[in-house]
Design a protein around this ligand. Structure first.
Ligand code: GL4
Length: 830
């Protein structure tokens, strides 16, 4: 079609232009007028107006990337815990204040509109949120990138608390539509499942393999723009939804089985219905393997389509795509790329293997054995018969390499094999990821070291050069600028705005820690943020908490290794001291908990009940004089996190050393001026290195001490016997004090602590209590605390995901920034 020239500009960012766009969308998108419009309509109208303003950048970026074909990152992740889009887009587009003003002039409140957005909770916790921070940093660094994942219809469940127990409710996040996505039906792909394979000869007499699937499903991409901070680059988050394939429906329809066809259609769509709500555990379910294969196959087919559309052959694929495997969930990609190259593109094995291993890199996110994915061989074969053949071939060649390097070491072969044959046979996904990747990384220094010594030791000995560390980071745009506007204003007025994309510049705040006026401003901001948090707590729990108490916060997934119950032991210790008449020494504290337990994780759910049970007693005991409050904020998610991190005084990072791979909440707290009480675990160690030991409350055994304690036969009951205060605390739980005399309900927790205690709570108890006493003494010195708080923030520059992404880009992906110039709207029509 001939070029069209329009004279009016639809993407003006003046107040008037934004108001015009808002009303346009209210009328022409929502089909509403003010008299009958509700807040939801206003939110949608504004969201569409903002989306329009991302599109010019998005199209400019895609047009440029299409023309110049730069090397592109594909971040493959089964989870993207994005949090609400609108606020972040306003920040990154640089139009937050103008939009706020425009909305005000219309007679609405921006905050109220922002609250209308249902957050896309397409992840469980840290792993999924890391993926979201990374795609923000990729766009901000102007690196061409796709986030590839699954468009779950139901994200992580909505948590409510009933009688102290967690209750799971479905998360219908798409209920009111999603203005941030565009469906690309024309780029749908087909994915095969099940069936069998057969050999055939081509015209030249060469042998090939064909996969005759039992069924096929269609993958339809839904794209959301990922706007970089104040740059033109706008990347794509492409999430796949499963649908029935037309061909498939049609054949059954022709046989007259209309309802059968419809039934199959429903079955196909089940594939992307719901996120598995497990963090750090696997559920060996068929549907989960299908989900993983589905999104991986869709994404690889999509990349090959793009590669070909840019005029290139598959033999240059590795020069144009760097694919990161976010844990083993997408590890089947190694076999799938081989299949696409060999079976569909007729490439010889060795060439395909070279391309594959130059394309992939793998991030491990956990050392917990229960999180390592393995699939029973028969299940795997039933769903992915061709991939099993390919994996056997990869394994045979790999084990030959092992034989050459380690002559005669048969046990090593068994340990390294992609197939676990020690009992029931399994496909080991971490092994597939290691063999198929050029680089393997952990997510904090300690974790990367432990990978080499423990979980991936044999792979390290095989290929030491493949191993590296990239410490996690979080995006300062969402976790400071958007979440903590008060602090952002003070910091920018003090040191300029450079820190927003160059976080180490926060160190310029250091000298101001000695300025008493600055400390006063700093404290006033924390106080105001605590008032906001107290309001949220009151709204969600009905408990009134005082912003003048210390806000002691533990928010993260509920897991035994994270030791939420150790924090409970501390609370009961303080309570017990109070009851025995030692109130004069008690610092007013509000203990704030939040986090979800996997629905099948009984012990974790019991820990939630215990927190609430202790809260019920403590909060309502007159002897406590409101000195202690315990609240459990239901449904902790990204949205609440944005209010919680800025309002925290104390960040609880109390996992058993050697268990938390990195943690990322720890970084969000530190940036926002909370002090950490923590163990030598994950990124805590690096945070303490940065902020310096005197500004960090350290307790507990180290990872190597933990190792020794366990090796020498740990007997928790011995500790209970000799520690009177601990005994009193445990006995209060044991005798039913927090359960109206019911001695059964918390018995599993008590028995476990006294007789097993695999997470060493009792071994770390005294150290934790003593450390908490130091915390209280320090908090009483408001000025000292403020100084320490400023230094925590000032020295957290390392923990920006911009730094993590720069390391991945340079050392692993070998990709560079591609600055995009914003093309005038008119040029884009041509
Ligand atoms: C996790 C780790 O538990 C967590 O420490 C880490 O910060 C996060 C991102 O790397 O990955 N691994 C799994 S599984 N879930 C996580 O949150």
């Amino acid at each position: 079609p001939p070029p069209v020239i329009f004279e009016d500009d639809r993407t003006s960012v003046t107040t008037e232009g934004l108001k015009r766009a808002f009303y346009d969308h209210l009328f022409y998108t929502q089909g509403k007028f003010p008299e009958i419009a509700g807040l939801g309509d206003y939110y949608q109208a504004l969201a569409h107006a903002v989306r329009d303003r991302t599109l010019q950048r998005w199209i400019s970026s895609v047009a440029d990337h299409t023309a110049t074909a730069p090397k592109t990152v594909a971040y493959l992740s089964a989870e993207f815990l994005m949090g609400p889009h609108m606020g972040n887009n306003l920040i990154n587009l640089g139009i937050y204040d103008t939009v706020k003003k425009a909305v005000q002039e219309i007679g609405l409140d921006l905050n109220e509109l922002l609250r209308q957005e249902e957050e896309p909770g397409l992840g469980n916790g840290g792993l999924g949120r890391l993926a979201a921070c990374f795609i923000d940093s990729l766009a901000t660094a102007e690196i061409p990138a796709f986030g590839y994942g699954i468009r779950y219809e139901y994200g992580i469940f909505y948590q409510t608390i009933m009688d102290g127990w967690q209750v799971e409710n479905t998360d219908k996040w798409l209920r009111h539509g999603n203005p941030w996505e565009i469906q690309r039906a024309e780029w749908a792909v087909e994915v095969k499942l099940g069936g069998h394979t057969e050999q055939y000869q081509d015209d030249l007499g060469r042998l090939h393999v064909r996969w005759a699937p039992e069924k096929t499903v269609a993958g339809v991409p839904f794209d959301s723009p990922i706007v970089g901070y104040k740059v033109t680059t706008t990347n794509t988050l492409r999430l796949w939804r499963a649908e029935a394939t037309e061909a498939f429906d049609f054949s059954q329809f022709n046989r007259g089985d209309y309802l059968g066809a419809v039934d199959k259609k429903v079955t196909s769509e089940n594939l992307t219905k719901a996120l598995y709500p497990n963090d750090e555990t696997v559920q060996g379910k068929e549907l989960r393997l299908e989900q993983q294969y589905f999104f991986v196959s869709c994404s690889l087919q999509d990349m090959l389509r793009i590669h070909k559309a840019r005029g290139m052959e598959p033999d240059t694929f590795d020069q144009k795509f760097a694919i990161q495997l976010n844990d083993t969930h997408p590890a089947i990609a190694v076999a799938e790329l081989m299949r696409l190259l060999i079976d569909d593109n007729m490439m010889p094995w060795d060439q395909a293997w070279g391309i594959t291993t130059r394309t992939f890199s793998y991030t491990n996110h956990t050392l917990l054995p229960e999180a390592l994915e393995r699939w029973p061989l028969d299940l795997f074969k039933r769903i992915l018969p061709r991939h099993l053949e390919i994996i056997y071939e990869i394994n045979a060649r790999f084990l030959n390499d092992v034989r050459i390097k380690f002559l005669g070491d048969d046990s090593r072969l068994a340990r390294l094999s992609l197939i676990d044959e020690s009992g029931e046979r399994y496909v080991r996904m971490a092994h597939l990821a290691c063999v198929g990747s050029h680089t393997i990384n952990g997510v904090a220094e300690l974790h990367s070291e432990l990978l080499k010594q423990d979980v991936l030791k044999d792979f390290y000995e095989m290929w030491p050069e493949k191993f590296t560390n990239v410490t996690n980071g979080v995006t300062p745009r969402r976790w400071m600028v958007l979440s903590n506007p008060r602090l952002t204003k003070l910091v920018s007025e003090t040191i300029g705005e450079g820190w927003i994309t160059d976080l180490p510049q926060l160190s310029k705040l250091e000298p101001h820690a000695e300025d008493s006026a600055f400390r006063d401003s700093w404290r006033a901001i924390k106080r105001a943020n605590k008032v906001d948090l107290a309001a949220l707590i009151l709204r969600r729990t009905g408990v009134a908490v005082s912003p003048d108490s210390m806000f002691d916060v533990l928010v993260k997934r509920i897991h035994e290794y994270k030791r939420q119950h150790l924090a409970v032991l501390h609370i009961i210790t303080l309570y017990h001291r109070l009851k025995s008449g030692r109130s004069a020494y008690t610092l007013p504290r509000t203990f704030i908990f939040g986090g979800k337990a996997a629905p099948g994780y009984t012990m974790a759910k019991l820990m939630i009940k215990l927190i609430n049970a202790v809260g019920d007693v403590v909060n309502n005991d007159r002897d406590v004089h409101d000195l202690l409050k315990v609240v459990f904020l239901p449904n902790f998610n990204v949205t609440y996190g944005q209010c919680v991190y800025p309002g925290a005084d104390l960040s609880e990072q109390i996992s058993l050393a050697g268990k938390e791979a990195s943690g990322t909440g720890n970084m969000k707290f530190a940036m926002n001026g909370a002090l950490t009480i923590g163990t030598m675990d994950g990124a805590n160690i690096e945070i303490r290195d940065q902020v310096k030991a005197e500004n960090f409350f350290l307790f507990g055994h180290t990872a190597s001490e933990v190792h020794d304690i366990k090796a020498s036969g740990y007997r928790p009951r011995d500790i209970y016997e000799v520690n009177a205060e601990l005994r009193a605390v445990v006995d209060l739980i044991q005798t039913g004090f927090f359960s109206r005399g019911d001695t059964d309900v918390f018995k599993p927790i008590v028995d476990n602590l006294l007789d097993h205690d695999p997470y060493l709570l009792l071994a770390d108890y005294q150290s934790y209590i003593d450390c908490q006493d130091v915390v209280s003494d320090t908090y009483r010195e408001a000025d000292t605390w403020a100084r320490m708080s400023i230094l925590n923030s000032a020295r957290s520059g390392k923990f920006s995901s911009d730094r993590s992404i720069a390391e991945y880009a340079k050392n692993i992906w070998k990709v560079e920034a591609v600055p995009i110039t914003l093309k005038p709207e008119k040029e884009l029509y041509m």
